[in-house]
Design a protein around this ligand. Structure first.
Ligand code: GSH
Length: 217
């Protein structure tokens, strides 16, 4: 029997859910997955099933965890390899992960996640471009220091989990990126868990589609 459940939003749109789901799957937690459609605002079903009224939300072996970063930290206690082993490198990885969690609003507002669509060249607001420049700089620094293909070396880790939805946004909105960023985007997209997430999204009901994400102005 499963040891708990992970409540997430539609895999097509729910960027925060992707983080929680990747962390849980990388740590190998045995939890039932509850996937809910989103309403593009506050959904009653999300409110009913979660303490914060937001997804992702994890119940596991007596623990109740909301906020994707807290879920990631919980998973990393079970699977410490998610963060780099070295204290100094781990501090760097935690910094970039926290910067993602707390920021990049300009990018998030302009270029929402819709993993099954492509809107190349659109929504290049000054705020989004400023965020993208910062993201590319921090990716380049980590990739150069640790040799890639992931931010802190060979393994897909916690920092990559935090940036996976950004990769999805870049694949949809296709801003101009450096060759280094493009290689990183390709490496993340090719990870087997990302393949699974995209396939699951494609199998979701058409009734879950939201016009504001399918037909952006
Ligand atoms: N900071 C939170 C944000 C979670 C969040 O805003 N999730 C959105 C969906 S991606 C949500 O649940 N919105 C409420 C709703 O759509 O009903 C986290 O990291 O988990």
């Amino acid at each position: 029997m499963a040891q708990g459940r992970l409540v997430i939003g539609t895999k097509r749109y729910s960027s925060w859910s992707l983080r929680g789901w990747l962390a849980v799957r990388l740590a190998g937690l045995d939890v039932e997955e509850v996937v809910l459609p989103l309403a593009g605002g506050s959904s009653p079903e999300v409110k009913r099933l979660t303490p914060s009224g937001t997804v992702p939300y994890l119940e596991h072996d007596g623990a109740r965890i909301w906020e994707s970063l807290a879920i990631l930290e919980y998973c990393a206690e079970i699977a410490p390899r998610l963060w780099p082993a070295d204290r100094v490198v781990r501090a760097h990885a935690r910094s970039v992960g926290s910067e993602m969690h707390a920021g990049f609003r300009g990018l998030r507002m302009a270029m929402p996640m819709n993993i099954l669509r492509e809107f190349p060249g659109q929504r290049r607001t000054p705020e989004a471009l400023e965020d993208i420049a910062r993201i590319e700089a921090l990716w380049a620094e980590a990739l150069a220091a640790h040799g890639g293909p992931f931010l802190f070396g060979a393994g897909f880790g916690a920092a990559d989990v935090m940036f996976a939805p950004v990769v999805c946004r870049f694949l949809t909105w296709q801003p101009d990126l450096t060759a280094t960023s493009k290689a990183y985007v390709a490496a993340v997209r090719a990870h087997p868990l990302m393949e699974r997430w995209y396939a699951d999204a494609a199998a979701e009901p058409a009734s879950w589609l939201l016009d504001k994400y399918e037909n952006p102005a």
